[in-house]
Design a protein around this ligand. Structure first.
Ligand code: PEP
Ligand code: MN
Length: 364
């Protein structure tokens, strides 16, 4: 169920409607849009009695949402979600492409800094690096843990890059939330529902990677898990799925990008590294990701991939990353996008941000 407020509804009227919904024993999710605020209702098993709701001041209409996911759906919020990073000009979603680059794993301070310096020089705004690694073999490198989080915090201070790193479980979720700007939930955890709910109770953006065999609806339902707990800042990521094809590690399903954008307002990134598993396929698929309308690219970069402790064969060299940036910069305008180069700090909040319009989750 969805309560659509009138364009001129006041914050007080929105508050009263939310209170009314909560009194009925449901949860209210106010989602401000450019034109009007919609309030998603969750926690109901069947139909919510719309009687009184329609009478409340400021309410335009009460409508049923037919999809099993509600808050992630365009029915609830028509315009694209743009995630902003306080004090910077970086965004995920919207006109500017978001470029996330860095090694699969943080291996040492020197390694991380060498890579960060080069991806920053080429214009990345976000740095990725695994601290806690989900590895198929228990004997493979598992990540440097908290030490890696400290190194990435230094990188953030030194280069301004915003940090994205994976949380594997409840314990690491709290640590990652403390240190990172975006919490990654990996493909193998896409249906770890208790982890999704915990991430939903945090007020930090979540990068949710598509499961190895997840359908569009399963992917959306996982985003819904996070949002149902009040965290509306979810970024989706297509990272390849399992198919019969054996020419690549996975099959990068780019056709999911327009499919997601049809049904959801959430931003979606493409990961051509895990999506192909091959260095020579990363650039072509990064170009294709931008061309098909993704909101950005997350890519593994290593200065010495032959010595990498994880995912070396799919890691591109910094020079290839610089080339990727030049190429997607030229593709971007064809699909109505721009490629920002570098991150600018101490940017004054925009008018809407001061009003908390982009921050429904945090305002609660
Ligand atoms: C990663 O980003 O390094 C990673 C392990 O991703 P995924 O969960 O998509 O395999
Ligand atoms: Mn990896």
């Amino acid at each position: 169920m969805l309560v659509v407020m009138k364009t001129q509804a006041t914050p007080e009227e929105i508050r009263v409607v939310c209170e009314h919904i909560e009194k009925l024993g449901f949860r209210a999710h106010p989602l401000p849009g450019a034109q009007r605020t919609a309030i998603g209702i969750t926690g109901n098993q069947g139909e919510v009695d719309r009687g009184n709701l329609e009478e409340l001041s400021g309410v335009a209409e009460v409508i049923r949402v037919s999809k099993p996911y509600k808050l992630a759906s365009r029915d609830v919020k028509e315009e694209d979600t743009i995630i902003r990073f306080a004090g910077t000009d970086a965004t995920i979603g919207g006109r500017d492409l978001a470029i996330v680059a860095g090694p699969c794993s943080i291996e040492s301070r020197d390694q991380a800094f060498a890579i960060a310096e080069q991806v920053s020089a080429a214009g990345a705004q976000f740095f990725r690096g695994g601290a806690f690694k989900p590895r198929t073999s228990p004997y493979a490198f598992q990540g440097m843990g908290i030490e890696a989080l400290r190194i990435m915090a230094e990188i953030r201070d030194r280069f301004g890059l915003r940090i994205i790193t994976e949380a594997l479980d409840s314990e690491t979720l709290e640590l990652v939330a403390e240190w990172a700007d975006v919490i990654q939930i990996g493909a193998r955890n896409m249906q770890n529902f208790s982890l999704l709910k915990k991430a939903g109770r945090l007020r930090k953006p979540v990068l949710l990677k598509r499961g190895l065999s997840a359908t569009l609806e399963e992917f959306m339902m996982s985003a819904e898990y996070v949002m149902s707990e009040g965290n509306y800042e979810v970024i989706l990521c297509e990272r390849g799925v399992r198919t019969f094809s054996d020419h690549a590690r996975n099959t990068l399903d780019l056709s999911v990008i327009p499919a997601v954008q049809r049904v959801s307002h959430l931003p979606i990134l493409v990961d051509p590294s895990h999506g192909t598993g091959r260095r020579d396929s990363v650039l072509p698929m990064a170009r294709a990701g931008v061309a098909c309308g993704a909101d950005g690219i997350i890519v593994e970069v290593h200065h010495q991939p032959e010595n990498a402790l994880s995912d070396g064969p799919q890691s591109i060299y910094p020079a290839q990353f610089a080339q990727m940036m030049n190429e997607i910069e030229r593709i971007a305008p064809v699909v109505g996008r721009t490629l920002p180069r570098g991150i600018h700090l101490n940017v004054a909040p925009k008018y809407g941000e001061r009003l908390g319009l982009y921050d429904a989750g945090k305002a609660k």
